[in-house]
Ligand binder design. Sequence first.
Ligand code: ATP
Length: 310
Amino acid sequence: MLAVVPPPVTVRVPSKINLHLSVGDLRSDGYHDLTTVFHALSLTDEVTVAAAEEPGVEVYGEGEDAVPTGANNLAWRAVQALAAHVGKDDPKVRVVLRKGIPVAGGMAGGSADAAATLVALTGLWKLDIGRDELAEIAAKIGSDVPFALYGGTALGTGRGEQLVPVLSRHTFHWVLAFDQRGLSTPRVFTELDRLREAGNPPRVGSHAPVVEALASGDPRQLALLLGNDLQAAAVSLRPGLRRTLRAGVNAGALAGTVSGSGPTCAFLCVDAESALEVAAELAGAGVCRTVRVAHGPVPGARFVGGEDLN
Ligand code: ATP
């Protein structure tokens, strides 16, 4: 009798920016407490999983050469984590990543791929596992992975993995400036610790005004409140970002911020038309490698052309 091979399953997953990112002091265990407002954007990766005799990961698209294809790939870690959860040893799957999210760009592309892989495998393996159960597995893979499952706009605490949805009434329009190279997240945190030991860099305040601005839906109000404690550290390691941030505002954006640990800069625009104008002008300014427009909030990891998870 012939074995029935299930068809491949594809999932699309959003990137994230941080509208607010407050970093606590270095803890004795080497981590920092975070309070952040995550916002999922329409700049996405696509992940396809298929049954295969030769398991592994293939990567195409944005930054493909910088992504490991072995056991370190976060998508493969997701395969192993879900296989262990359901008692499958030796999972025979091939994972194909089509990347639109910049690698090491502060937009959680690797975490997005892990989240997408979890969702895709529930389809391939016909598992009856909902988003909340997947989120528990996701949190063990990395602190940004649960948000990529849910998407939308959410307040994250702990290391960013404890999530509460935030009401956001409006679609916001963004321009993203990708830098020539990525920045290592641990290096940026170490640089922040160094800056804090050497002086007293300003800290972002409470997240509450950002949450209110999101509820009001007014991009002008939100623009005044974007804030990221990691920005000074990212700019210290990559001084050219100062010029990029200035160029976006000069091009007509309401405000700009470094996304997460950088180096991607995100510029909030008043509407979709303005975002296209800002993108065109920024692309001509010679301050970054690539420019993209995106909007948010968008949903988390979703099957392409299939049914949704619980
Ligand atoms: P974060 O903001 O979540 O710390 P980031 O967005 O700055 O991360 P990622 O693109 O997630 O950065 O990748 C960080 C590093 O993780 C890369 O330099 C790469 O070596 C490794 N990595 C592992 N798996 C992946 C993946 N699927 N896609 C991209 N990078 C990956």
